[in-house]
Ligand binder design. Structure first.
Ligand code: TYD
Length: 408
């Protein structure tokens, strides 16, 4: 377990929620590797100086991101469209300078966003430590480097490619234990008028929706505008804009620039006021959140136990990393949820981390007669509802846990 998780403040973290022993969120495994399964103690703490909610410990990154890493961004059409829109926003912005702008993306995954820049002939570089997904990005025409980002790698990029106009990251910054190393690397890489644009699941949504399933080994930090502003102020950078996003069940896109390079938008000022009103700078808010999480667990176990007594067939929809936290924290196994269907080939035929529920193909779900499907991929609910008319017309019902446990 990693003891060098970055503390943005020198003050200690106060643990607010303890999940006990958890497997890796994305640790889908085959029967033959059951005996090697890895568990670690998962808890989250808050620091009222940095205003950061974060994991207290984390497994070593090498255990999490490797050549079998089972996450491919392009499995969702909605996400593909989202990143095409993200690309459009960057192209239309005033942040790309001169004839030969340079765009870097941290954690480019299978190239879902950078392929758009590649197609337009814009100079780019994707940083992707998982070799299997980086290979797919290459295949998609994206230039990649397969390393963890650090100040050292930033200096190497600077030497080989020069300064960066736009530094992008989507659902990546919150994954990085040494966040200060990343922030310092960014600081030395971007042009005087360059920007960082990154988005991650938003703490305000996690608290208001009780979406505690966003908490798993890969999500080290749960950002708010308050904590992001504080983090970048440590390297003399300003949070200049913040734009809410629908993705991942509620995310925030942050725009950051060198201090004084741009005015700070009204949206940032308003968001900071809203966060203070919501108490995102107060530990009491997270103590209350922890109570809501425990209640969510009780309600879910009660509902699934009742459905089991009634002999209903209950399955899971979407073998998300998030589902690992729900299943292990609530102690739900194949007796309560028979299988989980997922469209990702690398997950099919495997078992869910910790609780070993079989992951099956989407086709199996389509052919089966299911009474209830737990929507683990609730962050894609719009896309899923649009295609699951048959399930509903045959009497199927959805179970969700956000913002409260209920049947829909
Ligand atoms: P994702 O949204 O990335 O969540 P997490 O970050 O928690 O892993 O994962 C969505 C999962 O759901 C992914 O494995 C693909 C699957 N999925 C389906 O099976 N069917 C669908 O229609 C959609 C949109 C996703």
């Amino acid at each position: 377990m990693s003891s060098n998780l970055c503390r943005v403040s020198g003050k200690p973290l106060v643990t607010v929620l303890d999940f006990g022993m958890q497997p890796l969120g994305n640790g889908f495994l085959s029967r033959s590797s059951l005996s090697e399964e890895y568990f670690y103690s998962m808890s989250v703490g808050f620091n009222n100086e940095s205003m950061m909610l974060q994991l207290v410990h984390q497994p070593d990154p090498e255990k999490m991101f490797h050549d079998q890493y089972a996450f491919y961004s392009s499995t969702s059409n909605y996400m593909s469209r989202h990143f095409a829109d993200f690309f459009d926003q960057v192209i239309k912005s005033d942040y790309l300078f001169g004839d030969d702008p340079f765009v870097v993306e941290l954690g480019c995954n299978d190239g879902i966003m950078l392929k758009n820049f590649s197609k337009k002939g814009i100079r780019h570089l994707g940083i992707e430590p998982s070799i299997n997904v980086a290979k797919i990005a290459n295949y998609n025409g994206v230039r990649t480097v397969s390393e963890f980002f650090s100040e050292k790698l930033a200096r190497k990029i600077l030497e080989e490619d020069g300064m960066v106009d736009v530094f992008l990251a989507a659902n990546v910054m919150c994954h990085i234990p040494d966040i200060m190393g990343v922030v310092k690397g960014i600081k030395c890489l971007i042009k005087p008028k360059g920007v960082v644009i990154f988005e991650d699941p938003y703490l305000g949504d996690i608290v208001s929706k009780v979406s505690y399933d966003q908490i798993y080994d890969e999500h080290v930090f749960f950002f708010s505008a308050l904590s992001v502003r504080n983090l970048f102020s440590l390297v003399d950078m300003d949070l200049i804009d913040a734009i809410p996003q629908q993705t991942h069940g509620g995310s925030m896109r942050y725009v950051i620039a060198h201090k004084g390079a741009y005015p700070i938008s009204d949206a940032v000022e308003k968001l900071i006021d809203d966060e203070k009103a919501m108490g995102l700078d107060q530990i009491e808010t997270f103590v209350k959140f922890a109570d809501n999480v425990k209640k969510s667990k009780e309600d879910l176990v009660e509902l699934l136990t009742k459905l089991k007594r009634e002999n209903k067939k209950v399955v899971g929809y979407g073998a998300t990393s998030k589902s690992t936290t729900i299943l292990n924290y609530c102690d739900i196994d194949a007796r309560l949820i028979q299988y989980i269907c997922d469209t990702t080939p690398i997950k099919q035929g495997k078992l869910s981390p910790g609780k070993h529920i079989p992951i099956v193909s989407y086709e199996k779900f389509k052919e089966d007669s299911v009474d209830y499907a737990f929507l683990f991929a609730w962050n894609h609910s719009q896309e899923i509802m649009n295609k699951e008319h048959d399930f509903i017309s045959h009497g199927g019902k959805w179970i969700t846990h956000v913002p409260g446990v209920r049947v829909v």
